[in-house]
Design a protein around this ligand. Structure first.
Ligand code: NAD
Length: 249
């Protein structure tokens, strides 16, 4: 029970096969009370109900600061406090550089990068007032190796931005007792790729993975658990690869 008596907020945790949902289940198994925030409000409430009593789910658009602030108020009213924030929500698009239109750039950067800033801003005053907190942010191996897996260059750019933002927040918030870290998964089998990832593409990707398989949502949830728990009490500003060796650097 690594999260006994802790409360955890997880964004982008409504989708059934997603990393956020697997993280919510794992955190609940480890004794945390969980708040699920998602653009899909009904899905968020359903996911929380599935976890059992004591967990809550609310609609939240991480790309909208007012929505993040409202969700933070709802979470703190419902759970009393927020010890852990997992900035997990994200979207991707398999586009080539010349095909990225302004509206594609905006949505991918707004959700993946600006969303990390806004949701963190919504919870930092509360964490500061308690002089404790652990924030984990979702980046991607795409940020480190320049894409080439599924997401386009705008996705790589947004996820690379997350690394800089998280490191800067770690430096600034450390003296307030708040740790901030990032995870950089390789290809994880969820529904984010829709039906655009063919079996041939998967087989090709596996050829470049020393551990010889794609990742599972639980593989990333386990790393979020480490970052959320006191096992990582002296870790901040770190980037943890969860990629089966796809990128060793
Ligand atoms: P997913 O599509 O299953 O989950 C994403 C969730 O984010 C969904 O529940 C969706 O409703 C929610 N969401 C989308 N826009 C939102 C918004 N504006 N506000 C709040 N919630 C929003 O996908 P996943 O693969 O579980 O992705 C989770 C995170 O992991 C994403 O940030 C993704 O970029 C990242 N990631 C995924 C992979 C992978 O291979 N699956 C690899 C590296 C990083």
């Amino acid at each position: 029970m690594l999260l006994k008596d802790k409360t955890a907020v997880i964004s982008g945790a409504a989708s059934k096969r997603g990393i956020g949902r697997a993280t919510a289940r794992l955190f609940a198994e480890h004794g945390a009370r969980v708040a699920i925030l998602d653009l899909d409000a009904e899905g968020a409430a359903g996911a929380a109900a599935e976890l059992g009593p004591g967990h809550v789910g609310f609609g939240c658009d991480v790309a909208d600061l007012a929505s993040c602030r409202q969700a933070a108020e709802q979470v703190i009213a419902a759970l009393g406090r927020a010890d852990i924030l997992i900035n997990n929500a994200g979207v991707t698009q398999p586009l080539k550089v010349m095909d990225v239109r302004p509206e594609d750039w905006e949505v991918v950067v707004d959700v993946n990068l600006t969303g990390v800033l806004y949701l963190s801003q919504a919870f930092i005053p509360h964490m500061r007032s308690r002089r404790q907190g652990s924030i984990a942010c979702m980046s991607s191996v795409s940020a480190q190796r320049g894409g080439g897996i599924f997401g386009g260059p705008h996705y790589s750019a947004a996820k690379a931005g997350v690394l800089g933002l998280a490191k800067a927040m770690a430096r600034e918030l450390g003296p307030d007792g708040i740790r901030v870290n990032s995870v950089t998964p390789g290809l994880i089998q969820t529904d984010i790729t829709g039906d655009k990832l063919t079996p041939e593409m998967k087989a090709d990707i596996i050829k470049g993975i020393p551990l010889n398989r794609l990742g599972e949502a639980r593989d990333v949830a386990n790393i979020y658990l480490f970052l959320a728990s006191d096992l990582s009490a002296y870790v901040t500003g770190a980037v943890l690869d969860v990629n089966g060796g796809m990128l060793i650097h």
